[in-house]
Design a protein around this ligand. Structure first.
Ligand code: 2DT
Ligand code: MG
Length: 213
């Protein structure tokens, strides 16, 4: 597997529904960790690459693709970054990431694709040291949802994705933490900061593992 050592960076992922506070919380923890060393913030989909351009067109409804095809593009968009992620972690850079393979499976399975089929292409990616799942219930989600017109930004889809995120096949083998996302942003940040401070010593001693293997 990939290099361990006291100096490697942490790989932290934020997951959740649209409007759950992932971007706010991931940016807050990134600036907190910057006090201790180099940090990179990133998000998936990474719309800047050629594969990401196609995903962006799809999400903005300017390109039609079969569900299976776009699922593979989302996965490929992670694989094209995977080597860079491992190199950064080994070089001591901490990575904070807004969405990862867990969104990949939950959103596609919510459309009706087979769960295990959805999970397969992401097996073997760098495994995060911690996944913070920002949970918001239906009522909070509805109150926050001034949805835009991107694909998936509607209440029915969000309800279906919420159900998929509960599946143990996503959570079972990883360091998954449910966070109550309905609270004040500073309160949530304090909870995440404590959890991350706890991981600093513990996780860095482990090599970077491979997801779902
Ligand atoms: P943002 O709203 O965060 O830009 O995401 N999605 C995301 C998938 O369907 N599969 C994936 O693998 C990923 C990473 C979630 C845009 C939308 O893309 C969905 C919302
Ligand atoms: Mg969105």
């Amino acid at each position: 597997v990939w290099g361990a050592g006291a100096s490697r960076g942490l790989f932290l992922v934020f997951e959740g529904l649209d409007r759950s506070g992932k971007s706010t919380q991931s940016r807050k923890i990134a600036s907190h960790l910057e006090k201790a060393g180099p940090v990179k913030w990133m998000c998936f989909p990474n719309r800047k690459t050629p594969i990401g351009n196609a995903i962006d067109l799809y999400l903005r409804r300017q390109l039609e693709l079969p569900d299976e095809a776009v699922h593979r593009l989302f996965s490929a968009n992670r694989w094209e970054m995977a080597q860079g992620i491992v190199e950064d972690l080994r070089a001591g850079t901490t990575i904070v990431c807004d969405r990862y393979a867990f969104s990949g499976v939950a959103y596609s399975a919510a459309k009706g694709l087979d769960f295990a089929w959805c999970q397969a292409p992401d097996r073997g990616l760098p495994c995060p040291d911690g996944i913070f799942f920002l949970h918001i219930d239906e009522k909070v989600g509805a109150a926050r949802s001034n949805f835009g017109d991107e694909r998936y930004e509607n209440a029915a889809m969000q309800a279906s994705v919420r159900a998929q995120f509960k599946d143990q096949r996503l959570r079972g083998s990883v360091n998954w933490r449910d966070v109550d996302g309905a609270r004040d942003a500073e309160v949530i940040h304090a909870e995440i900061r404590d959890a991350v401070d706890g991981m600093l010593e513990e996780r860095r001693l482990h090599a970077v593992e491979q997801l779902w293997m």
